[in-house]
Design a protein. Structure first.
Length: 148
């Protein structure tokens, strides 16, 4: 895995450098009055720092002895299917309910002990983001049958 991480980190580092370079061509502004290039530039810098950390960790990590582990595709596939279902269901069922279900499915609690924190996080994520975007910022989000 360290080799794959190093290759991915190098590619991300190149992408971050391109983002920083292109964002540098836009008006930067200041912290009090940011220009068009302010946020993309900082995101590129953060992305580059994280890519450097991954690159260094992958280069310094020694490969564990033993047989290679099989690839696990079940979990990423389940998350991908959950995102696709979310995109289809968000209009008829509404943002709060679909977001709650998406977070629960994504966290996938494996035991009753893990279920309560997963449900609490899902409720906080769905409710908090709905209040933030729909109530405070006035972004129109599908409310679904719960609001009817």
């Amino acid at each position: 895995m360290p080799r794959r991480d190093a290759v991915a980190a190098a590619a991300i580092l190149l992408l971050a450098a391109a983002v920083v370079r292109e964002a540098g061509r836009l008006p930067f502004g200041s912290a009090r009055s940011p220009g068009e290039g302010f946020v993309p530039w900082w995101l590129g810098v953060i992305l580059g720092v994280l890519a450097l950390i991954l690159l260094l960790r992958s280069l310094l990590e020694r490969r564990a002895a033993g047989a290679p582990q099989p690839r696990r595709t079940g979990r990423p596939l389940a998350v991908l299917l959950a995102l696709a279902a979310y995109a289809v269901a968000v209009d008829p069922l509404g943002y709060p309910l679909c977001t709650f279900l998406l977070v629960v499915v994504t966290l996938a609690p494996r035991s009753p002990r893990e279920a309560l924190p997963a449900l609490a996080l899902a409720l906080a994520t769905a409710g908090g983001s709905y209040v933030l975007f729909a109530v405070w910022l006035g972004v129109p989000l599908p409310a679904g049958p719960l609001a009817r």
